[in-house]
Every structure is written in structure tokens, then in C-alpha cells.
Design a protein around this ligand. Structure first.
Ligand code: AMP
Ligand code: GLY
Length: 432
């Protein structure tokens, strides 16, 4: 364990996830100072932010060195896959997040699919293609619906669940023919469509050790009742009751432990978050995908629920001492409601002036995502997802009511939010 106030932390990123990470670091007794890059309007109110892009690996390393940072927490997947953690470790700076070799588990769906199949971890069966005609031929003989996935990073847009042959052919043509995702889509997976309820599990991993974080449920579609296009996530709550103790034990036995062991067996020194997307099918839980970073907005409900200092947890994982950590979680629930700019995930206005609440209750938080501050310190909208209004409560109903109460005190012209975050689980609860 690092001694009290010994860490100077750099948080890399600019979303709601990174704002929670900044707030967690500021609250940690291990931390002396926090800086962020590039940050957002809210992070700027909490700490110094440096205008270094997440894609600028040498610039980020130079910033960490110049500032005397001794612990870096990397939020998004892009700097991980560009080797930011490799470059930091080369100059002796510890970081939370996998090396580029581990980040491949998110950056290449084909790499992950091969690993899952080789180690007999339950997942959808799939075929790989890098040529258009063989892929089209394969579709002719396939059952619909079917799933087409660009191999590489595509900002959450690289997966098409095609309901019929025409839709499947269009997806394959756009990826392998028109190359809409560039190199990320120059190879595709065509995989069987799994039916069931989706859930995700976040693990903090260090080699063969791992800690399971509380369960959470994202709301990916932009519209109420899970309609409209997919987004990065419009809200989340934790815990997710879909995953009861028996299902969690099964997921741990059939998916978490075998995945962590398989990754280590492949010679990958994985230290960071393994966020496993899972479909709970009639034949049991199956892996949809791996992400190698915290989910957003999931992190906005997970970290506020931890009794354990998130910095102590991440630092232990980074420095191979995760076995020393006993995770403690607060009782109760958390809900996060995302305030977006109307039009997201398509085009949306920017630069609208925001009116913020004048005060917050002790268990209420407003995390900034796409915001910035102007010369006179006003907060302006600057992205599709603008804020995450999060609250804790002893029941899901209470946490959700409080989160909406925070959200409703934030005002900007094009504000849009879903009114049904948590509603499915609340309905299930009241049916019992
Ligand atoms: P991924 O990025 O691989 O998680 O895919 C994004 C979304 O597509 C998932 O959250 C699922 O809703 C859906 N999806 C991916 N793979 C499959 C599959 N094999 N069967 C059904 N839905 C899938
Ligand atoms: N909320 C989904 C993600 O972070 O990938």
C-alpha cells in the first residue's frame, strides 16, 4: 500500500467516467494531488487540466514526467491500444490500464473470439472474413438474424445485428466493400445471434488475481422503452437484480475465472479493468465482448458504491498487489441518468450555456462529460453526452428519484434524457 498522500495522479480522458475517477482520486487518502488531460468543464472545476489529447502518447508521457506524476489512470480504450501504459512503464511511471497487448482484447474482436474459442469459454460461434464475396456467400447459407462485427475499434458503431439477409449484406458491403470503418473493418466476424438478456460484469484484474465489482445495468438505446439507435449509454443503475447470487456464481465459474486464466495463459500481463459483456441465454451465460476499460456510464454508478478506496484498488492492480484488497461495497443502490444534447447519437448543437444546480445533497453527484468552460467560467455544452446525474439511495426507487431530481435541476436548451432509467427493474420489483 502506498503511504498516505504519496500519489500524484494523472487521469487521462474527458468523459463522465474520467470525472468520477478525478473525484475518487481527490477523495483518496493516498493522493496528494490530481491532474487530468485533456479533461472537461467539470474536471477543470476540480483539478488542473492539461490540453493533451488522449491520442498523443509522447505528449501524455511528457506531461506525466514534467508534473512528477507517479500514478496514471487511463479512462478510454484508444490510448490503451496505442500503448500509453507501455510507454509510461518504460519511464518508470505506474499506470492503471492494460498494456497494448491486453488492450487488444477490446481492439480486435477476432483476437478475442479466437482466444474464447481456443479456451472453450462460452461465446457465439463465428466465422472470420477479409474478402467481400466469401462473406456474401456465407450469408446465403446462414440463419437470420445474424451479427456482423468490424474487427477493430469503431467507437461503438462496429456491430450490426441484422434481422434479414438484405440488412446483413448491406453491413458486410459497407465494412468490407466501402470500408466505412477503414482498417478497423477490413476484417469482420459474422456470428450467430444470441437471444436472451444482456448484462455486463466489471473485473479489476492483475495477472491471475481479480476482484469482481458490483453488477450494473446500462441503457444503450437512445429512446425510452429501449428504442432508437445505440448510444454510448443513456443511464445505468447498480446492482442489477437480473444477476442474482446463483447466476453470478455461474458467470464467475464459467466466464470470469476461465477468461482471466486464458488471458494469463496467452502470456498477456493484464492489469486493469476487464469489462465483460454477457448474454444470458437459455443455455447459460455467453461472452459477447471484452472491453479493457471501465464502462461509461457504468463507472458513474460503480465507483460511488465502493466503500474501498478506488485508488487503492487500482494501484494494487497496477503494482501486482491485488491479493491484498478485500473489496467492500456500500449497501443500497445507485442510479445515473445521462443528460444528452438532443440529436445524439447523430448530430447535435454545441456551445449552449448550462445552468447548474446551486447545491447537492450528500449522496448526489453531477458528473460532467461533454462540457467545457468559456473565458468567463460559464459551463457550455460540448458533446453528445453532457452530464451524468447520479445518486445513491437505500432502494433503487430512492436512488432513481434522487438522480432525476439532480438531472431536473440542470438546464440547457437542447437537454434530452430518458425518463425510464431503472424502470424495468422497478417494475420487476413491484411485481414481486
Ligand atoms: P459488442 O460491442 O460486441 O458488445 O456488441 C454491441 C451490442 O451488439 C451488444 O451489446 C449486443 O447488444 C449486440 N450483440 C453483439 N454480439 C451479439 C450476438 N452474438 N448476438 C446478439 N447480439 C449481439
Ligand atoms: N456503456 C458502454 C460502454 O462503456 O462500453
Amino acid at each position: 500500500m502506498p503511504s498516505a498522500s504519496s500519489l500524484k495522479v494523472l487521469v487521462v480522458g474527458s468523459g463522465g467516467r474520467e470525472h468520477v475517477l478525478v473525484k475518487s482520486a481527490l477523495a483518496s487518502p493516498l493522493v496528494r494531488e490530481v491532474i487530468a488531460a485533456p479533461g472537461n468543464g467539470g474536471m477543470e472545476m476540480d483539478c488542473r487540466c492539461a490540453p493533451v489529447s488522449v491520442e498523443d502518447v509522447p505528449g501524455m508521457v511528457a506531461l506525466a514526467q514534467k508534473e512528477g506524476v507517479n500514478f496514471v489512470v487511463v479512462g478510454p480504450e484508444v490510448p490503451l491500444s496505442l500503448g500509453l501504459v507501455d510507454a509510461l512503464e518504460k519511464v518508470g511511471i505506474s499506470a492503471y490500464g492494460p498494456l497494448a497487448a491486453g488492450a487488444r482484447l477490446e481492439a480486435s474482436k477476432i483476437f478475442t473470439k479466437r482466444l474464447l474459442l481456443k479456451h472453450r469459454i462460452p461465446t457465439a460461434l463465428a466465422a472470420e472474413f477479409d474478402q467481400l464475396q466469401p462473406a456474401l456467400d456465407y450469408l446465403q447459407t446462414s440463419a437470420m438474424p445474424i451479427v456482423i462485427k468490424a474487427d477493430g475499434l469503431a467507437a461503438g458503431k462496429g456491430v450490426v445485428v441484422a434481422m434479414d439477409l438484405a440488412e446483413a449484406e448491406a453491413a458486410v458491403r459497407s465494412m468490407l466493400g466501402e470500408k466505412v470503418f477503414g482498417a478497423s473493418g477490413s476484417q469482420v466476424l459474422i456470428e450467430e445471434c444470441l437471444m436472451g438478456e444482456e448484462t455486463s460484469i466489471h473485473l479489476v484484474v492483475s495477472g491471475r488475481d481479480y476482484v469482481v465489482l458490483p453488477t450494473s445495468q446500462d441503457h444503450k438505446r437512445v429512446g425510452e422503452g429501449d428504442t432508437g439507435p445505440n448510444t454510448g449509454g443513456m443511464g445505468a443503475y447498480s446492482p442489477a437484480e437480473l444477476v442474482d447470487d446463483a447466476l453470478m456464481a455461474r458467470i464467475d465459474r464459467e466466464i470470469c475465472r476461465p477468461s482471466v486464466d486464458a488471458i494469463a495463459a496467452e502470456g498477456i500481463d493484464f492489469r486493469g479493468t476487464l469489462y465483460i459483456g454477457i448474454m444470458v441465454t437459455r443455455d447459460g451465460p455467453k461472452v459477447l465482448e471484452f472491453n479493457t476499460r471501465f464502462g461509461d456510464p457504468e463507472t458513474q454508478v460503480l465507483l460511488p458504491r465502493l466503500e474501498t478506496d478506488p485508488v487503492a484498488l487500482m494501484h494494487a492492480a497496477a503494482t501486482r498487489r491485488l491479493g491484498e484488497i478485500q473489496l467492500k461495497v456500500k449497501p443500497g443502490y445507485a442510479t445515473c441518468v445521462v443528460l444528452a444534447s438532443r440529436g445524439y447519437p447523430g448530430s447535435y448543437p454545441k456551445g449552449e450555456v448550462v445552468t447548474l444546480p446551486s447545491s447537492y445533497g450528500p449522496e448526489e453527484f453531477l458528473f460532467h462529460a461533454g462540457t467545457k468552460r468559456d473565458e468567463v467560467g460559464r459551463v457550455l455544452t460540448h458533446g453528445g453526452r453532457v452530464f451524468g446525474a447520479t445518486a445513491l439511495g437505500s432502494t433503487l426507487a430512492e436512488a432513481t428519484r434522487r438522480a432525476y431530481a439532480v438531472a431536473d435541476r440542470v438546464q440547457f436548451a437542447s437537454s434530452y434524457l430518458r425518463r425510464d432509467i431503472g424502470a424495468k427493474q422497478l417494475r420487476r420489483d413491484s411485481a414481486h
